[in-house]
Design a protein around this ligand. Sequence first.
Ligand code: AVI
Length: 323
Amino acid sequence: MVAVARKRILQQSPEASAFESDVLHGLRAMPKHVPAKYFYDAAGSELFERITELPEYYPTRCEMKILSDHAADIATLIPKDAALVEFGSGSSKKARILLRAAPKLSGYVPVDICGEMIEQEAAELRPDFPQLKVLPVTADICFPFELPDEAKAAPVRVGFFPGSTIGNFEPHEAAAFLRNAANILGRGAKLIIGADLIKSVEVLNDAYNDRAGVTAEFNLNLLKRINRELGGTFNLDSFEHHAFYNRERHRVEMHLASLKRQKVRVAGETIDFRAGETIHTENSYKYSVESLGALARGVGWLPAGTWTDARKYFSIQAFALDG
Ligand code: AVI
């Protein structure tokens, strides 16, 4: 039995075994939790794309509007011949707005853990920006990574971290990300961040409880992934999507609630659920301009500009490295 289990571990890719150990660790814990990064398998990524188009989910539309309305102003922060480094670039849709507004950029470095996707995006960008060196890097943005030599040789590097992804980090992780970005970008660097703002509870609750049920499907897809990849036996009909704004902690929490007392098998282990017990699947922290500024200042970034939409739902905030 032990030999069979060992063989299974040896056959797994490092990512697969991290998924298994993170899920088991989280399901054995009290309260139960699973890291939000595991939402994004192929189906989860497609569901997230659908979320960004929902009438209730304002962040993506607001951020695109701010970027389009203020692109020229934001681009004044980007010095001639600088390299733009996008953290967790995904589709590069937002970067395209900055690339058009800052034609003097020498390079664009999309960084993402999914190498295949950024290589494909890079291939699509090159013909549209023939002057620009597009230099994709496959890396986990939460850890130190090397920039390509051409980006290191640029006079200055400007980081770009849109999408309010910073909100999915715990505050200490967000500070660690900002510190890591400072080390990677180096002297004279700037950093442009998209961050969702604190606002009315109704707007926040609606954004994560859409009427079409896409966010619920996105949340429940995590259980489908566990069933498929870790031999799980979750019955999706006996778990329910819960999302609510936690005012004290300035975050929207997502959970999967067990509708009854039940046992579920995952990777050869039995997990017990009480009726109503939840798996905490995501935090989406909301910042004020001041609270993100304070977090950034704590690790050496000084405020260099803020842009918001008319309703002040979302912000683009720029920072410059101190010294
Ligand atoms: C990717 N991230 C910024 C989204 C958010 O709003 O926290 C993920 C998401 N979760 C539910 N809806 C969207």
